[in-house]
Design a protein around this ligand. Structure first.
Ligand SMILES: [Zn+2]
Length: 718
């Protein structure tokens, strides 16, 4: 009996009841009875064919904000946050001090009794939860908030009593303090993790606007490590501040306030809004960042302003500030002397209209180069590159890589949406923000790809990192191939997942990526999506996958799509019920395990018995190689001739839906002798053991790879 393979609880209950019955009746008489009554044979397994619906998406469907078209529905909404920020960098202490006004547009139908803040610098406190605590970072005093108001009312910031020798009493006191109602005063809770809540005495009404003012400061963390987001400066001469200002969390139709902690590896989920940012640094320091510089006359030298005028006319590199141009009057304007300051200072003013974050960098000795990309339907946009003089070789190809990425992805999905792109040198060398990538040429293609997701198609990366990193990895394959004047080839990608599936530590892609665990975060978030889309391309064709994906992306520009919106949109755009596909790839870690069991020829017909031992079903695709000869190869309805001796015959995935584990493909090509049959010849389906996909089996090893003129993924013999 094979009851573990049957899916439904109902079937299992029936089996349990039947076994109870067995204990009452003698085995022999029951067997006779069953035989006499013709007890139907249970399926060998069952295939789930629908997309699981969790409570959060169920809520959205009930509210009419989303629906199974995969498009934003009639009642779709999202909140908006507009920021005005003034920040001042003090290199002597590496401290950044800021003052910000955030206008929260509550476009939800809900009255909000809380505001949730993201205080990501608190990850550097050293005692907050981290998903990758082995990544070295400086311990700081975190995000210090000195003043906050909500609609003019001061927020009580007093933290709960610190832990004392009498921990229990302190905890009680803290709980009491948190529960205490202070009339008419907002109150901040849990201000020392990366998420803080502010309880409001008066609810924020639907469709109302709220003004939040915050004064804050924090130390920008330096070494000891490098890379990632845990090191944001080199000594006191280069800073790459990221997640650097208190942010208002997303409030959405799926889960309300997003209260996920920032744990390190998983990235962000941010509101769209306007950023008006003033950054005060020593004169002579060049500042780059999200948005468009508003006051070039005040901060740039006349020479630099003159050079910038030439940038959009040519693909070549224009030097704006050279390595020999250092300090006030050379790299920048002289600045204004300020009483009590060591030297002069300058305030750089940037504005970005609709973005979901703001990042910047500054250095005492940046070299500044510019070039352009030409965006279809839009014209040339500037690309800025800022790097240290000794690291010019890391930027030698960066301009052309970024240009290719901007131009290629613009054609592939939709035109680049922003007025500029900036590459910033520093310890963080592989991170993306709107209009800004902390990257040299090494990651320039990938990080530029993020300007499509999450910067415009703004998914919840914290939960579903595959919707930005995974999609990005897929399109990087396309971009690499295009840069080499080749066709992208996804053969082999899908099959390779068969070698991974079955590892106990692998979380399903729909698991919250914040808790993916160290062994599989990279695989599940980055690597698995191209494998999934390789299989989808093996079913509907790669160009159909990309066409549907493009339509989906354009539908969700500057919005927050959920995975269900993607799954249902793709189903509709591809006109296929792919519930089984999304279920197995996104909600499970199952794979295909296909094989050719036998092949027998009788009376001109060849019956190929294909076995499917995996839980994930797949179409049955057979490559039939004929011997040379004179007898005609008879056409078959579901077959196409790849060349004069090779047919590809396809049976839809439905052949597995009855629950059988074997399928007999009857080949009716006439009397021409068949030399070899291969299951899944393009290696698109994740197969635990591809070596048994060939008949006769002896033909399996040593097949030379046949080039198809494309860039090949993981090895595929044909
Ligand atoms: Zn990425």
């Amino acid at each position: 009996m094979n009851y573990l393979d049957s899916t439904t609880l109902h079937e299992r209950e029936m089996l349990v009841r039947r076994s109870l019955l067995l204990s009452l009746v003698s085995t022999a008489s029951l067997t006779l009875q069953a035989a006499a009554q013709g007890t139907p044979r249970l399926p060998e397994r069952a295939v789930r064919r629908d997309i699981p619906i969790t409570n959060s998406i169920r809520r959205a469907y009930a509210a009419g904000t989303r629906d199974s078209t995969g498009r934003p529905a009639r009642n779709y909404w999202q909140i908006r946050t507009d920021y005005t920020i003034s920040a001042r960098l003090d290199p002597a202490t590496s401290r950044l001090s800021g003052r910000e006004t955030v206008v929260l547009h509550n476009n939800s139908p809900d009255s909000l009794a809380q505001i949730v803040l993201r205080l990501d610098p608190n990850i550097f406190l050293g005692n907050t939860p981290q998903a990758a605590p082995w990544v070295p970072s400086e311990v700081t005093d975190g995000m210090v908030i000195t003043r906050m108001t909500v609609n003019g009312a001061a927020v009580e910031l007093e933290p709960p009593p610190a832990a004392s020798a009498d921990g229990a009493r302190a905890a009680q006191a803290a709980a009491a303090a948190q529960n205490a109602q202070v009339p008419n005063q907002p109150r901040m809770l849990f201000g020392k993790t990366t998420v803080a809540r502010v309880n409001l005495p008066t609810k924020l009404l639907p469709h109302s606007t709220t003004t939040v003012e915050i004064e804050w400061n924090h130390k920008i963390p330096g070494g000891p490590g490098s890379g990632h987001r845990m090191t944001q400066r080199w000594a006191d001469t280069l800073y790459q501040p990221t997640q650097w200002y208190p942010r208002l969390a997303v409030y959405d139709d799926l889960r309300g306030w997003d209260t996920e902690l920032y744990l390190g590896p998983s990235e962000f989920y941010n509101n769209f809004g306007r950023f008006d940012v003033r950054i005060d640094v020593p004169a002579g320091w060049i500042v780059s960042g999200t948005g468009v510089l508003q006051n070039p006359d005040e901060v740039l030298t006349p020479n630099a302003r003159e050079r910038i005028k030439r940038v959009l006319a040519t693909d070549s590199i224009t030097r704006i500030v050279g390595p020999e141009e250092v300090g006030p009057g050379q790299a920048t304007q002289r600045g204004a002397p300020i009483a009590g300051e060591d030297g002069d200072r300058l305030v750089w003013h940037f504005v970005a209209d609709t973005v979901n974050d703001f990042a910047w960098a500054t250095a005492k000795k940046y070299v500044w180069d510019m070039t352009r990309a030409t965006i279809p339907g839009k014209g040339p946009v500037p690309i800025n590159m800022l790097y240290l003089p000794g690291r010019a070789q890391l930027y030698a190809r960066a301009g052309s890589v970024a240009r290719h990425a901007l131009e290629f992805y613009s054609k592939q999905w939709f035109p680049y949406q922003f007025p500029q792109l900036t590459l910033q040198d520093g310890p963080s060398a592989g991170m993306e923000y709107p209009m800004v990538i902390n990257s040299n040429q090494g990651a320039a293609d990938h990080e530029t790809g993020h300007q499509w997701w999450p910067m415009v198609v703004s998914n919840n990366e914290t939960w579903y990192g595959w919707m930005d990193e995974g999609f990005n990895q897929y399109m990087n394959v396309l971009s690499d191939a295009d840069a080499a004047n080749q066709m992208a080839n996804f053969n082999g990608y899908g099959q390779s997942y068969g070698g991974v599936s079955g590892a106990e530590a692998e979380p399903p892609m729909m698991w919250n990526a914040n808790y993916d665990g160290p062994g599989f975060y990279g695989f599940t978030t980055y690597s698995k999506t191209p494998l999934m889309l390789s299989m989808l391309g093996g079913i509907v064709g790669d160009s159909a996958v990309q066409r549907a994906h493009r339509e989906w992306a354009q539908m969700w520009m500057f919005r927050h799509p959920s995975p269900w919106d993607y799954m249902f949109f793709m189903n509709n755009a591809l006109k296929r019920d792919l519930g089984w596909f999304w279920y197995y790839w996104l909600f499970t870690t199952e794979s295909v395990d296909g094989s050719i069991q036998r092949s027998a020829t009788a009376e001109g017909r060849t019956t190929v018995t294909v076995r499917q031992d995996g839980q994930m079903p797949s179409p049955v695709v057979l490559e039939v190689k004929f011997a040379p000869g004179s007898s005609a190869i008879r056409p078959m309805r579901n077959a196409v001739m790849k060349d004069s001796l090779t047919a590809i015959i396809t049976y839809p995935v439905d052949v597995w839906f009855s629950g059988n584990k074997t399928f007999d493909a009857v080949l009716d090509f006439g009397s021409r002798r068949i030399q070899r049959i291969r299951l899944d010849p393009s290696c698109r389906f994740p197969d635990r053991d591809p070596s048994d996909n060939v008949w006769p089996r002896a033909a399996a090893p040593g097949e030379p790879a046949q080039g198809q003129g494309g860039r090949r993924g993981p090895s595929c013999p044909a």
